[in-house]
Design a protein around this ligand. Structure first.
Ligand code: FVH
Length: 300
């Protein structure tokens, strides 16, 4: 019998160790994904009992942040906020030097840049990240994680971090992942509230959300995604030819939506917001331009 390791055990040997700091809903999902991908995983959480289900799956529970930090070269953190992470890492500066911290805690671009500066002072490689999915989706096909910061970190740890979701690299400025996060969440809330407005509107006439939603999703992922791509080019060029649909046409359609909503007693706050933007642009003489013209209203 050969002494050579099988392919499977060589792969096991190749999987790097990782430490996860924070076992809330998200940290637990992250640690679970690393375990599922075969990474030796050390975990630490303020409330130690949350580590137990992961230990049952093969994780090692560290008794202190210091033990967690020294267990792996790669440390992935996901706690409440940046202040919490700084408090967890306080006193670990010597242990952190020479390691890599991937911070998937949500925060502002400014907090990320400050954290990157702090890490640079310690000789700690720092990558900031933003998770664009909820915990049950981690490791699944719709999971995307945005990263920005130390350029070589994602390259070195790509295979490990890919266990969480598709890694998207956004360059060396640690603040950019958080900036995209805020922008994309704004987009998500606009879409969700727009969809709920639609559900309320059709629901008032007896249509179920389950019947409306496939039509809404087809519209969003096809035509609306296409409008966005077209208007991205116009926005960058600061030129908004209204050759597909002018703001005058949009406002007329918005008046129909407002009328239908009023007639059914539905809250009109949301359509009033975008109708307000369109009216401002039309009042400034841009009624023949495309919807992309509103960037100049929004930017002020
Ligand atoms: N859940 C989600 O869908 C979103 C998706 C996008 C990214 N966010 C961000 O992820 C961070 C953690 O979110 P979470 O959902 O895991 O939150 P919780 O389940 O509430 O867990 C919070 C963890 O933070 C620990 N923690 C809180 N305060 C302290 C402290 N003073 N010292 C040490 N640890 C602390 C908490 O520990 P414990 O309460 O279990 O002892 C949890 O581990 C967050 O930035 C989201 O915005 C999630």
């Amino acid at each position: 019998m050969s002494n050579e390791p099988s392919n499977e055990s060589s792969n096991e040997l190749a999987r790097e160790s990782v430490t996860v700091l924070g076992l809330g809903a998200m940290g637990t999902a992250l640690a679970g994904a690393f375990l599922a991908a075969g990474h030796p995983t050390t975990v630490w959480n303020r409330t130690a009992a949350k580590a137990e289900p992961l230990v049952a799956r093969g994780a090692v529970a560290a008794a202190s942040p210091e033990a967690a930090v020294t267990a792996s070269q790669l440390i992935v953190a996901c706690v409440l906020d940046y202040d919490t992470l700084r408090s967890v890492l306080a006193g670990q500066e010597a242990a952190l030097a020479g390691r890599t911290l991937v911070n998937l805690t949500s925060g502002s671009p400014e907090q990320a840049r400050e954290m990157a500066e702090w890490a640079a002072g310690l000789g700690l490689a720092y990558l900031d990240g933003a998770i664009m999915i909820t915990p049950p989706g981690i490791g699944g096909p719709d999971a995307t994680v945005l990263y920005s910061g130390a350029p070589d970190v994602l390259t070195r740890h790509h295979a490990t971090l890919a266990a969480l979701g598709e890694p998207v690299e956004l360059g060396p400025d640690a603040g950019v992942a958080g900036l995209y996060d805020a922008a994309l969440l704004g987009l998500m809330w606009s879409a969700l509230s727009g969809w709920l407005h639609g559900v309320a509107l059709v629901g008032a006439d007896g249509v179920r959300a389950a019947d409306f939603t496939p039509v809404a999703n087809r519209w969003l992922s096809g035509a609306v995604a296409g409008f966005i791509s077209r208007y991205a080019a116009q926005t960058d060029a600061r030129s908004y030819p209204g050759d597909d649909a002018s703001l005058d046409i949009h406002l007329a359609a918005m008046e129909h939506l407002l009328h239908a909503s009023h007639a059914r007693g539905i809250d009109t706050t949301l359509p009033e917001v975008f109708a307000g933007h369109v009216r401002q642009a039309i009042d400034a003489g841009h009624g023949a331009d495309s919807y992309a013209r509103l960037i100049e209203v929004i930017e002020k």
